[in-house]
Design a binder for this molecule. Structure first.
Ligand code: FPP
Length: 248
């Protein structure tokens, strides 16, 4: 385990995004239902949020439920939704205690009204907190978000508020669910898969990617620091030719 002086050498990313994969396989390995893995995943998420906050990370975005996850068996979807109900409700007190500002991204229209209310309540209650911003992606898909954004921009264009040639990266960024947040610096995906699965397609353009075979329910602070150590060693050039600090 790292001590404080070890973590002092790390370059702490401002925004970390996580694809929390492997709950089902983790549970299956233990001869338990997949939903057991999701429940453990929720506990691990709570601890990870605390760890990110302790390390000085300012934004944490997690992929909790994708627009494609509705295709899972109804019973699994229901258990995950019940987990969200419990988690969102319980998070109010926890976020207030730890000064966490909580936001949810994704298309809420397909969520049940009580979950939408719980999200509104959590966002409202925590909006003035000044610690880490915790962003949960629920019924989120990168392509769906872009389509919703393009529709907003098109409406402005049709109404004459915006000329097509005035559309810039900022215009697109502002049309997305993440308009108020900086782009992630580091993406972590657990459990061996090395793909984006429709997560933050626009926002991850310049993020560093870190993949680990560890399933999400086994993720911990040591693993988080390992990811940040790899991030620290990467030379982010943003399309340029040298490190930002170096001269030609
Ligand atoms: C991926 O594992 C996990 C999910 C699709 C659900 C994520 C939900 C949680 C981690 C629960 C906690 C979140 C909140 C906000 C309470 P998988 O089911 O795809 O695992 P597999 O790839 O092994 O099948």
């Amino acid at each position: 385990m790292e001590n404080a002086s070890d973590s002092g050498k790390l370059k702490i990313p401002n925004h970390v995004a996580i694809i929390m994969d492997g709950n089902g396989r983790w549970a299956k390995k233990r001869h338990k239902p997949r939903t057991f893995g999701h429940a453990k995943g929720a506990e691990v998420l709570e601890q990870t949020l605390e760890d990110c906050n302790d390390l000085g990370i300012k934004y944490l975005t997690v992929y909790a439920f994708s627009t494609e996850n509705w295709a899972r068996p109804l019973e699994e979807v229901q258990v995950i939704m019940n987990l969200f109900r419990k988690y969102l409700e319980h998070s109010v007190e926890k976020c207030m205690k730890n000064n966490v500002r909580c936001r949810v991204i994704g298309d809420r229209s397909r969520l049940s009204p009580d979950i939408r209310d719980a999200i509104d309540h959590l966002e409202q209650m925590t909006r003035n907190n000044t610690g880490i911003t915790f962003i949960i992606a629920i019924n989120y898909g990168g392509r769906d978000e872009l389509i919703r954004g393009i529709r907003k921009i098109s409406r402005d264009a049709v109404q004459g508020v915006l000329k097509p040639e005035e559309i810039t990266e900022e215009t697109v960024g502002r049309s997305l669910d993440t308009s108020e947040f900086p782009d992630p610096d580091l993406l972590i995906r657990t459990s061996g898969e090395q793909r984006l699965s429709n997560f933050l397609l626009w926002q991850l353009a310049y993020a560093e990617f870190y993949f680990t075979d560890i399933p999400w329910p086994d993720f911990n602070k040591e693993e988080l620091i390992k990811a940040i150590r790899v991030y620290t060693s990467r030379d982010r050039r943003y399309g340029g030719i040298t490190g930002q600090q170096e001269s030609k």
